[in-house]
Design a protein around this ligand. Structure first.
Ligand code: ADE
Length: 418
């Protein structure tokens, strides 16, 4: 078996973490048990480019239980948990190509290794594998049934590909499922971002002035959880509707250029690039902490910051002090890479349970509909989305009410009024 990981000796620790995460992923467990019996992915080669976490490991085990032949590579050079990668290889025989801290060349070498397996299904978190498939591996496109995409940033890229006529395969937009973005993006990113900031800095959030850039589902979660820790939260947005939503959710809405001058902490969650420039940071409050929780490390200009720095020191793991001319200091977390996955462990297993239930069902759906699905972006059927929510509730021991026949009839009729 081919693989490229940091150290196989880390496997025992990784195995225990995979087991613990699995115990919190009850919906995925049900799918895994069914997959083990029905083998819906029998003989299907899957290449997955995801964050290498204990939660992802449980998804890989589910796909494998379904009969798939899976290969895994990292979707981010810094988010890999090396002990998980080791256990995937040693304990579960899953070819894994991922080393935490790998350089860009190694990162792409690992993606290439995943595509070398000639997958029929690809899975992405950020659309890097699908992009490589459509650029350097075009000849393999005809072998591919379809792909699935986990994240908002990946969806932005896929929509651009579709618009340009560049997309050549069907893609399941896992991020579109309600049981994905309403929970993973909001509560997952919210909690894990705060977790990442705290692990990197150990600061007290109560009373701090924090600016959240972007009020999509991720930004909403981050702002909500920072407020929960008694930070004084402002939101910056470019979309007037979202800005209004932030305002009426009780946040102060400000422009970045204005808020950066007096905030203690700024977090980007936009999915866009150049949100905070070096020139903004030179005017920022002295000692401001700067972090990104968006998928790519382009939301603020880390390389520009490094170039403009008079001096740099690493004070704690993933906490870098940057001093500009005039002795203004800023503190940058995780080199601008997504803070929740680099300095913490990403979203907790209980929420990845639903995201990865969607991924597993998306793979099954691709196989079941392989000759029918058109090139383009597809959403997982609403019944499956509802089923995941229902199973999650059941796993939490929660029952909900059901519509009576009279109510169903009323909701599908129009004659009854005042
Ligand atoms: N994305 C965010 N959190 C994650 C996690 N724990 N595992 C995999 N992908 C993630």
């Amino acid at each position: 078996m081919k693989y490229d990981i940091k150290d196989l000796k880390l496997a025992p620790q990784g195995k225990l973490k995979i087991e613990w995460a699995g115990s919190q992923m009850k919906v995925l467990r049900l799918i895994r048990d069914r997959f083990a019996k029905e083998k819906p992915l029998s003989g299907i080669k899957i290449a997955a480019c995801l964050h290498i976490s204990s939660e992802t490991a449980n998804l890989m085990l589910t796909l494998k239980a379904g009969g798939a032949d899976v290969t895994l590579c990292a979707c981010n050079p810094l988010s890999t948990k090396d002990d998980i990668a080791a256990s995937l290889v040693k304990d579960f025989g899953i070819p894994t190509f991922a080393i935490s801290g790998e350089d860009k060349k190694t990162y792409y070498k690992h993606l290439t290794a995943a595509l070398d397996t000639h997958p029929q299904i690809t899975m992405d978190d950020g659309a890097d594998l699908v992009t490589l498939l459509h650029t350097e591996r075009k000849s393999q496109l005809k072998e591919v049934i379809g792909s699935s995409e986990e994240t908002t940033t990946g969806m932005i890229r896929l929509k651009a590909m579709l618009k340009e006529g560049a997309l050549k395969i069907p893609v399941m937009a896992v991020n579109n499922s309600l049981t994905k973005h309403l929970f993973d993006n909001r509560y997952g990113t919210g909690q894990s971002t705060v977790d990442g900031i705290l692990r990197a800095t150990n600061i007290l959030l109560a009373g701090k002035k924090a600016l959240v850039c972007g009020y999509g589902w991720c930004g909403k979660g981050v702002a909500m959880r920072l407020r929960g820790m008694a930070a004084n939260v402002a939101v910056a947005e470019v979309d007037p509707v979202k800005a209004l939503e932030a305002l009426m959710d009780g946040f102060v809405v400000r422009t970045i250029k204005d808020a950066i001058k007096d905030n203690d902490l700024v977090i980007t969650a936009t999915g866009n690039k150049s949100v905070i420039t070096v020139s903004d940071l030179k005017k920022a409050k002295d000692g401001i902490i700067v972090a990104n929780t968006g998928h790519f490390n382009v939301e603020f200009d880390y390389e520009g910051i490094v170039k403009a720095a008079k001096s740099r020191r690493t004070l704690r793991e993933n906490l870098e002090e940057i001093t500009f001319e005039g002795d203004k200091k800023i503190f940058v977390l995780a080199e601008g890479r997504l803070v929740n996955l680099v300095t913490a462990e990403g979203h907790p297993p209980d929420v990845m349970d639903m995201s990865f239930a969607n991924q597993a069902l998306a793979a099954e759906y691709l196989v079941q509909n392989k000759s029918k699905l058109k090139v383009g972006i597809h959403t997982i059927p609403a019944q499956l989305d509802q089923m995941i929510a229902q199973l999650k509730l059941e796993s939490l021991g929660i029952s909900i009410d059901k519509l009576t026949e009279e109510q169903k009839k009323y909701l599908s009729s129009w004659q009854e009024g005042t």
